[in-house]
Design a protein around this ligand. Structure first.
Ligand code: PMP
Length: 360
C-alpha cells in the first residue's frame, strides 16, 4: 500500500488508523449487521456515537461545565451568517479582527445581517496577526470574532485577547485541537470538520449554553442554535457518517496522548520545514511574518514562478499532493494538520533540500 505525502489544505489527511478502523466497521458496526450509515439517527447505536463524540470534544478542549457541542451542516461558511443571525441583536455591532481571506468572508456575511466593526486589521500586504494591544472593541459589541488560523495566509494567533464581558468567538476551522489553548476564554468556537476533525459534512459548534437567550425569535428553525441545543443536535437527520468519523479521529487524538502531545508533534513538524526555509539563503522564503507563523499551514515561495512550477512537478512525481498555494495567492503551501505524519514532513524537507541543491 502506498499512501501519498498528503499536504492538502482541506479536505485533508486523516489518520491511517482511523481509516482502517472505519474500513473494519463499514460492513458491520459493533455486531449490528449494518454500518452506522444504515441505522436510524434515533437508534441507541447512533445516539451513543452522538453523545460520546460531544463528550470527547469537550474533554479534549478541557472545557468546564456549561458548554455544549452542536453538530451542524453547511460548513464554516454557514456559520459566518448563522453567528450574527443569532447573536447580532438590535443596537449591537459585530466586531471583527480582519486577518485575511477567511476573516473577510465572515465580515461580509455579517454585513448582510447587521452592523459590523473592525476591531483591528492586518497591515496591507503583510501576512500577520495584529498585536492584541491594537484590538479595540466597542462597548456595544455583540461579540469579538477572530479567525484563529488563516488557512490561506498561513498565519495563526499565538495568544488570544481578553474581552471581559464581551463574548469572544472564533472560527477555528483550520486549527482546532492543534495545540492547547484556554478554550474557556471563548463563548463560541466553530469549525468545519475537514481539516483536524474528520471528513467534510459536519460543522462543529462549541458554545456556552446560555449564549443564545436573546436570539431573535424570527430566525428560521434550522438556523437557530437553540434548535440544536434543545434537541441534542438531533432535530433533523444529522450527517451521521461524518460525525462517526469525527468520533474516531477524537479517539485517535486521545491515543496520541491528547492535544498536548499532538501540539508537540505539530511544532516538531513545522519547525523542521520553517528551518529549511529560513536556512536556505533566500532560495525559499516563508510568506507569513515570523511572529504570526502557523503550525498548520506553512506558506512559502521560490524566487520565480518557473522554479515553483518545477518544484511542484518534482513533488508530484515523488508522491506529494496539495503543495500548491491557494488559487487566490499562488506560491506554495504545506498544510501540516494533526494527521499529517512527521515522516511526510521529513520527506518534504528532503525534497526541498534536494531541489535547492540541484537548482540553487
Ligand atoms: N474558515 C476557515 C479558516 C477555513 O479554512 C475554511 C475552509 N478552508 C472555511 C472557513 C470555510 O469552511 P467550509 O468550506 O466548511 O465552509
Amino acid at each position: 500500500m502506498t499512501r501519498a505525502y498528503n499536504f492538502n489544505a482541506g479536505p485533508a489527511a486523516l489518520p491511517l488508523e482511523v481509516l482502517q478502523k472505519a474500513q473494519e466497521e463499514i460492513v458491520d458496526f459493533k455486531g449490528i449487521g449494518m454500518s452506522i450509515m444504515e441505522v436510524s439517527h434515533r437508534s441507541k447505536e447512533y445516539e451513543a456515537v452522538n453523545d460520546e463524540t460531544q463528550q470527547l470534544l469537550l474533554e479534549l478542549l478541557e472545557l468546564p461545565a456549561g458548554y455544549k457541542v452542536l453538530f451542524l451542516q453547511g460548513g464554516a461558511s454557514t456559520q459566518f451568517a448563522m453567528l450574527p443571525m443569532n447573536l447580532l441583536t438590535a443596537g449591537k455591532v459585530g466586531s471583527y479582527v480582519m486577518t485575511g481571506s477567511w476573516a473577510e468572508k465572515a465580515i461580509q456575511e455579517a454585513k448582510l445581517i447587521g452592523e459590523t466593526h473592525i476591531a483591528a486589521s492586518s497591515k496591507e500586504g503583510v501576512l500577520h496577526i495584529p498585536a492584541l494591544s491594537e484590538i479595540e472593541i466597542p462597548e456595544n459589541a455583540a461579540y469579538l470574532h477572530v479567525t484563529s488560523n488563516e488557512t490561506i495566509a498561513g498565519t495563526q494567533y499565538q495568544e488570544f485577547p481578553d474581552t471581559g464581558s464581551i463574548p469572544l468567538v472564533s472560527d477555528m476551522s483550520s486549527d482546532i485541537l492543534s495545540r492547547r489553548i484556554d478554550a474557556s476564554k471563548f463563548s463560541l468556537i466553530y469549525a468545519g470538520a475537514q481539516k483536524n476533525l474528520g471528513p467534510s459534512g459536519v460543522t462543529i459548534v462549541v458554545a456556552k449554553e446560555d449564549l443564545f437567550n436573546n436570539a431573535p425569535k424570527t430566525i428560521p428553525t434550522m438556523l437557530r442554535y437553540s434548535t440544536y441545543l434543545k434537541n441534542n443536535s438531533l432535530y433533523n437527520t444529522p450527517p451521521v457518517y461524518s460525525i462517526y468519523m469525527v468520533n474516531l479521529v477524537l479517539k485517535w487524538v486521545k491515543e496520541q496522548g491528547g492535544v498536548a502531545a499532538v501540539e508537540k508533534a505539530n511544532r516538531e513538524k513545522t519547525d523542521l520545514i520553517y528551518n529549511v526555509l529560513d536556512n536556505s539563503g533566500g532560495f525559499y522564503e516563508g510568506l507569513a511574518q515570523k511572529d504570526s507563523r502557523s503550525i498548520m499551514n506553512v506558506t512559502f515561495k521560490l524566487q520565480t514562478e518557473e522554479l515553483e512550477k518545477e518544484f511542484l512537478a518534482l513533488a508530484k512525481k515523488n508522491g506529494f499532493v496539495g503543495l500548491g498555494g491557494h488559487r487566490s495567492v499562488g506560491h506554495l503551501r504545506a498544510s501540516t494538520y494533526n494527521a499529517v505524519p512527521y515522516a511526510s514532513c521529513k520527506a518534504l524537507v528532503d525534497l526541498l533540500d534536494e531541489f535547492k541543491r540541484t537548482h540553487g
